[in-house]
Write a protein that binds this ligand. Structure first.
Ligand SMILES: [Zn+2]
Length: 670
């Protein structure tokens, strides 16, 4: 009833023609307003969410009453052939189907197939000046790449005594395994044993590989066993191939890992070492015990000892390293005869202790470089554990190698040449991934920003905190400057698949822009207290589970108590820009003592709260904050500032903490 009356009124008063009458014009157009792209209905309109909450994923953004996810436990037994760079052995997968569907087949990921010369990932590397350039492949290394699958058997019987060959079909980086009998819904089990081998690429898409060092090759090994694809309530089977840009989406489980290598080689791996007395010397075991109670780094094997045969257990040609990790979505390892090893205790908020460990060659040693690695790992993990969610693994190992920086549960690979601030940054970033995606297991292949961007955000806080600000940036981030890059018109939206982004844009769209988005939410929109509570709620709700972007958006809105759909639309779903200009200042009755009428315009598609600095004739300055709601039904905004004297200048975004890309119209001067 009311709507009809107002619409009728506006038609009568302002004579709107039927052609543009779809939206009632309640105000005559402002003849002095500059042209604008801003459409408040597009920014603040309803129906942001395309689906309602349901029993699997609730409207609040938390897992619903019937949320389910499947489980994958792995028993891995492999050996490393150092001369051939070959890993061979077997995996026994124990899979639990908690879904409401029976499964006639399952899908597994064969990521090593990316490095074949005829893989999809190799085929899609673009040329730059006639040369293929990308970090997302094997750099064209011609070798006998990819998995060799020797057998796939289903194990049945009380003690897995029956093994039957099952049919499988490999297509690029995926393997479909056809089951003789379907896996039952709601808790049905499947056991598969796969015998396999592969030769490691030297440079495995910057996530694994082999590096030469003075005292032996350094293996940083990941994507090294057939892994289960995730079956979920969102997509069913997630079978996007591994083409390089998109990372991983994996089920949680327990991993038991046995790695056999020549006795001179030290193997470090995700999780807890189960047989230290077999693989470390008596002296080294004492040093490990010392490290477990020391906040300062303790050397387990020194640079001087690296080539000393006494630094390895005597009388063995090979050793088997036995590791176990629980609540993990993956497992990775490093191996080398060249490793210096050091460690220190980590202190968890619950009182639990852990070990920060570093493994690096003599070339990386020194206090300016990897000599501080363990200190960095310890401080980064202790900070994030206290701030967000306790680190869930017994150990945290940083391995120096060929990889620029890559994260796995309980272990990271960082470049052997990184030093100083750069080494802090890469350690803090890769171990920051413990929270995203190791604890909060989002789908990285679809939504890279949910791990890289969230991680970039927590890295900012952790870096500011480290060692009384040793590596804290000298000046705060200039959001006006970064908005020029973050909202460049040729960028894809953040809400894109990583494989759907031009590779040079990924630094902005997966890392810095979503990271800046969380900074804006925290510092400009919600305030730290409300944001931190909401973000912690998101982590707690989705720890060891599989959230989607909607689960994140809904959780932040629900836990902070704010409708933020206008922000998600502008910053995440679209690549909208922010440009607010200060148009003019007039006085009530032309008398400064009666108050100033200030007019600002929203010129681009995005909206944000407003901060203005007002300077008056006598030199006084004052701040005015306006909520984002001023833009809910206006493209220009006028308000009265209670001036007592003439205004000299009005400056929008005085601290440059709002992402306004065009500073040219931000200052009005008398
Ligand atoms: Zn990252």
């Amino acid at each position: 009833m009311r709507m009809k009356l107002i619409a009728g009124l506006s038609l009568a008063v302002f004579g709107v023609t039927t052609a543009n009458a779809q939206r009632p014009t309640l105000q005559p157009p402002d003849p002095n307003a500059p042209p604008t792209k801003y459409d408040y209905h597009e920014t603040f309109g309803p129906n942001f969410y395309t689906k309602n909450g349901n029993e699997y994923r609730a409207a609040t953004g938390e897992p619903g009453a019937k949320y389910w996810q499947n489980r994958a436990d792995y028993q891995l037994d492999v050996k490393l052939d150092e001369s051939k760079n070959e890993i061979s052995g077997s995996v026994i997968l124990s899979y639990t189907n908690n879904s409401p569907q029976k499964l006639d087949f399952v899908w597994m990921q064969l990521d090593q197939n990316l490095f074949k010369q005829d893989s999809r990932g190799t085929d899609i590397v673009p040329l730059q000046n006639g040369v293929p350039v990308s970090r997302n492949w094997g750099r064209g290394q011609a070798f006998d790449a990819g998995y060799k699958i020797k057998s796939v058997k289903m194990l049945t019987g009380a003690k897995d005594e029956k093994a039957v060959d099952v049919k499988y079909l490999i297509s690029d980086t995926r393997m479909q395994v056809f089951l003789p009998a379907a896996v039952a819904p709601s808790g049905g089990k499947l056991k598969l044993k796969i015998e396999y081998s592969f030769i490691s690429p030297d440079f495995g898409s910057d996530r694994m590989g082999v590096m030469d060092s003075k005292n032996g090759k350094i293996f940083t090994i990941a994507q090294w066993y057939p892994r289960m694809c995730v079956f979920d309530d969102v997509m069913g089977w997630n079978t996007l191939p591994y083409t390089g840009p998109g990372e991983f989406y994996l089920e949680y489980g327990t991993f038991n890992v046995n790695i056999t290598a020549p006795a001179k080689i030290i193997v470090v791996c995700s999780g807890q070492l189960l047989n230290p007395t077999e693989v470390w010397t008596a002296t080294q075991q004492k040093r490990w015990a010392q490290a477990a109670t020391s906040d300062r780094t303790v050397i387990i094997r020194s640079a001087e000892e690296v080539n000393d045969p006494l630094s390895r257990p005597a009388g063995k040609t090979t050793l088997t390293w036995k590791y176990k990790i629980e609540n993990a979505r993956d497992v990775a390892w490093g191996a080398s005869s060249s490793f210096i090893i050091d460690a220190a205790k980590m202190n968890m908020p619950s009182g639990k202790k852990g070990l920060a460990i570093s493994a690096y060659p003599v070339e990386s040693d020194g206090v300016g470089a990897w000599g501080r690695s363990t200190e960095y790992v310890k401080k980064s993990i202790e900070y994030n554990s206290a701030k967000w969610f306790e680190y869930p693994y017994p150990n945290a190992t940083a391995v120096a190698g060929v990889v620029g920086g890559m994260e796995y549960p309980g272990i990271v690979f960082c470049n052997a040449t990184s030093k100083g601030q750069r080494l802090w940054a890469v350690h803090d970033h890769e171990f920051g991934h413990t929270w995203f995606p190791m604890i909060v297991g989002s789908n990285e292949r679809m939504y890279g920003w949910m791990d890289e961007g969230f991680n970039t955000f927590i890295n900012g806080l952790s870096t500011a905190n480290f060692n009384n600000g040793e590596y804290k940036p000298a000046a705060p981030v200039d959001f006006e400057a970064t908005a020029k890059t973050n909202t460049r018109p040729d960028l894809e939206p953040i809400l894109s698949q990583p494989a759907n982004l031009k590779e040079p844009n990924t630094g902005t769209l997966l890392y810095s822009k979503p990271g800046a988005g969380l900074n804006l939410l925290r510092d400009q929109i919600l305030g730290p207290e409300r944001f931190d509570y909401a973000f912690k709620t998101y982590i707690k709700r989705w720890a060891f589970k599989h959230p989607t972007p909607d689960d994140f958006f809904r959780t932040i809105e629900n836990a902070a108590g704010e409708n933020l759909q206008w922000f998600w639309r502008g910053w995440f779903v679209n690549n909208w820009r922010l440009d607010v200009g200060v148009r003019d200042v007039k006085y009530v009755d032309n008398k400064p003592a009666k108050g100033a009428i200030i007019t600002i315009d929203n010129l681009e598609k995005m909206a944000m709260p407003v901060v203005l600095e007002i300077k008056t004739k006598s030199g006084k300055t004052d701040r005015v904050k306006l909520p984002v709601e001023i833009w809910e039904r206006a493209v220009s905004w006028q308000f009265i500032y209670p001036s007592t004297e003439e205004i000299e200048s009005v400056t929008y975004n005085p601290d440059k903490q709002l992402p306004d890309y065009n500073g040219g119209n931000n200052i009005w001067k008398k």
